[in-house]
Design a protein around this ligand. Structure first.
Ligand SMILES: NC(=O)c1ccc[n+]([C@@H]2O[C@H](COP(=O)([O-])OP(=O)(O)OC[C@H]3O[C@@H](n4cnc5c(N)ncnc54)[C@H](OP(=O)(O)O)[C@@H]3O)[C@@H](O)[C@H]2O)c1
Length: 351
């Protein structure tokens, strides 16, 4: 008899996978030598009867079949996913610069000879000519693939710039909160193009999920590192309230949503998710913290300016992350980036 779902078996060779569990966050992942697991009471091994790629459970999951991901664009996020979640997924890239990725140890798609992916992750930004959106650079690849494998999960990474940001207030608490139900109202060309790109992507992959990302940061790409290098560009833009997401939590969201898309009916999974942490913060707060942390003086008018912008929230992100962010705010995330160096830049540096 298998033990109850969600619990670890007495024998460390036996682990329970609950199909609604979140991707693991911390803890020891048992080595792949553990062969047996149950999913909703059904016993399986590495070969089956699992039909889907089960990725693991909170702290103690067995990695079954790795989720195969085709990442469009050799992005910061895709590279982090490939290098930090190798126990959960196998990422191949479609890229304009395949050699450069291969030289850093990343896999590049071999086209028709590659295994069909479980998930296609689109990380390509809006490409435009003088403000007119160009067609998606991977449209042919997407169309061909989805015609042959219509059940493939698709996720498009978009941006919170599709929302208005022109709110100004005397205090931070009066700055509006916007969740996934908020109407879009881009007030920049960037935001408008993003919205057009979402529509374009959905016209190619109608079942896709959209993740609207706030500022993505992580090892090798972080405000704290920029300031450490003495780069103070853009500090003259006042006391903006900024929403962020650490790339680690963004990747966890991508994996969970990818898995849900494979498992659940369309109505049961969110089609639009904001990738944001729990603490949108005004620059005055963040910069003061960084001055203290790094022992630096940050120029600009942020000390005296009124809070402006908006605070992006998510109705779904925390639930998809199993109730826990690895980096709930910049207070946990920035120190990780300063300590984390540039691990994301190369897979090879891991070995
Ligand atoms: N960084 C942020 O703070 C932030 C915030 C909100 C939303 N986003 C969006 O979220 C997505 C992921 O972000 P990221 O920072 O991980 O991405 P990123 O590092 O900026 O990478 C995007 C990738 O898209 C590909 N690309 C760019 N221009 C292209 C073109 N003209 N034709 C074909 N491919 C092109 C490039 O890959 P190759 O060079 O390999 O071809 C590039 O590495 C992006 O769409 C980004 O714009 C980012």
């Amino acid at each position: 008899m298998p033990p109850s779902p969600g619990l670890q078996g007495e024998n460390r060779d036996q682990w329970i996978l609950d199909r609604h569990s979140s991707i693991f966050t911390t803890g020891v992942i048992p080595a792949k030598r553990h062969r047996t697991a149950w999913v909703n009471g059904v016993e399986g091994t590495d070969r089956g009867p699992f039909r889907r790629p089960y990725v693991g459970i909170l702290g103690c999951g067995e990695v079954k079949n790795l989720m195969k991901i085709l990442c469009l664009g050799g992005s910061f996020t895709g590279r982090y996913l490939a290098s930090h979640f190798a126990d959960s997924c196998r990422v191949e890239f479609a890229s304009r610069a395949p050699r450069s990725l291969q030289d850093r140890g990343f896999l590049v798609t071999q086209g028709a000879t590659s295994e069909p992916p479980d998930l296609i992750l689109d990380t390509v930004p809006a490409i435009h000519d003088d403000g007119t959106l160009r067609d998606h650079p991977y449209k042919t690849l997407l169309t061909t693939h989805l015609a042959a494998h219509p059940t493939t999960s698709t996720i498009h990474l978009s941006s919170t710039s599709v929302y208005a940001s022109d709110f100004v207030s005397a205090t931070e608490s009066e700055i509006p909160f916007l969740d996934e139900t908020a109407p879009t109202r881009p007030d920049s060309d960037r935001g408008r193009l993003r919205l057009e790109l979402e529509s374009l992507f959905l016209s190619i992959a109608p079942a896709a999920s959209i993740i609207r990302c706030a500022g993505i940061y992580g090892p090798g790409r972080c405000l704290a590192l920029r300031f450490q290098r003495g780069d103070f560009r853009k500090t003259d833009q006042g006391n903006r309230v900024v929403s962020r997401i650490h790339v680690h939590d963004l990747c966890r969201l991508i994996l969970t949503l990818g898995l849900r898309s494979l498992e659940l009916d369309e109505e049961e999974r969110p089609r639009l998710v904001h990738a944001v942490d729990e603490d949108p913060a005004p620059r005055a707060e963040v910069y003061s913290y960084l001055e203290e942390l790094l022992g630096i003086q940050i120029p600009g008018d942020w000390r005296t300016d009124r809070p402006r912008g908006r605070q992006i929230r998510s109705l779904f992100a925390k639930g998809l992350l199993g109730g826990r962010y690895r980096f709930p705010s910049y207070l946990e995330g920035f120190p990780d980036c300063i300590g984390g160096g540039s691990r994301v830049e190369s897979l090879k540096s891991k070995s």
